[in-house]
Write a protein that binds this ligand. Structure first.
Ligand code: MF3
Ligand code: CO
Length: 255
């Protein structure tokens, strides 16, 4: 899974390097797909089952698009907030990650939203390390993530959650970024051997979302911007491996 993670990280770096004013989303998608195939990896989004099979190898979501934005002829514009999400399988093992990047000069409001999203993910990684040591529960991590997002004035998206990952991209358990009575009932203990894709989605305004008629693109109902970041995290006796940070940037977070 480390090797799959390194590839996903490199694919996201490639996407980020292409993400400038005037770039067409479909060109980023094609480049990422080519990159995975060159490295004998399978792009996991392509053909993913839904009302219509997912057409791309990446999800490229702009501004009010939260997740699952379709790569098309749209060109990136100055001030856009772009979410790039992708996953691959290499030698039978999967990794999944996402970044949020600003295009050219972005508003200070978008800048701060993006920064808080990364902070929430970092806080989750640290808190998983803490809870892992005492065999605590995911809900304690989720509560902290939600608190940080909400203290900063944002809303956590509750319609979509993170997930276990391994041989398949989506495995149990579900990994929500918030806590309520429902999530408490399906809470789980943090133990070595678990690999989780943790992926907070933060909205500038209301938390509610809807799916566009393309059957995929998830947008905020109020039209305000959203940020989404994700890492695949391996829980071990040594601590939390950030598997999608990059081969040079790979780290184990322990307490
Ligand atoms: N990256 C999303 C996730 O983390 C899945 C994308 S949906 C797909 O679960 F259809 F594109 F695969
Ligand atoms: Co994911």
């Amino acid at each position: 899974m480390r090797k799959a993670g390194h590839l996903v990280a490199a694919a996201l770096r490639l996407a980020q390097s292409m993400a400038t004013v005037g770039t067409k989303l479909e060109d980023i998608d094609r480049a990422v797909e080519g990159f995975f195939r060159e490295h004998n990896a399978e792009p996991l989004f392509k053909g993913y089952p839904g009302k219509v099979p997912y057409p791309g190898s990446t999800c490229l979501s702009v501004n009010e698009q939260v997740v699952h934005g379709l790569p098309g002829p749209r060109q990136l514009a100055e001030g856009d907030l772009l979410k790039v999400d992708t996953a691959c399988r290499l030698n039978g093992w999967c990794a999944d990650a996402a970044i949020t990047v600003g295009i050219g000069k972005i508003s200070s409001a978008k800048e701060r939203l993006c920064q808080v999203a990364w902070e929430v993910l970092e806080l989750a990684i640290r808190e998983i390390a803490v809870q892992l040591k005492k065999r605590g529960s995911w809900s304690d991590v989720a509560a902290k993530m939600q608190l940080r997002a909400e203290s900063a004035g944002y809303r956590m998206v509750t319609q979509y959650v993170g997930h276990g990952i391994g041989r398949a991209m989506h495995e149990p358990p579900q990994v929500p970024n918030y806590v309520d009575r429902q999530t408490k009932r399906s809470d789980f203990r943090l133990e070595p051997g678990l690999v989780l894709a943790v992926e907070p989605m933060l909205n500038m305004g209301d938390s509610s979302t809807k799916v566009l008629r393309d059957h995929w693109t998830v947008v905020t109902r109020d039209g305000l911007s959203s940020a989404h970041v994700e890492h695949t995290l391996g829980l071990t006796e040594q601590g939390v491996w950030v598997l999608t940070a990059g081969d040079k940037e790979e780290r184990i977070v322990s307490v």
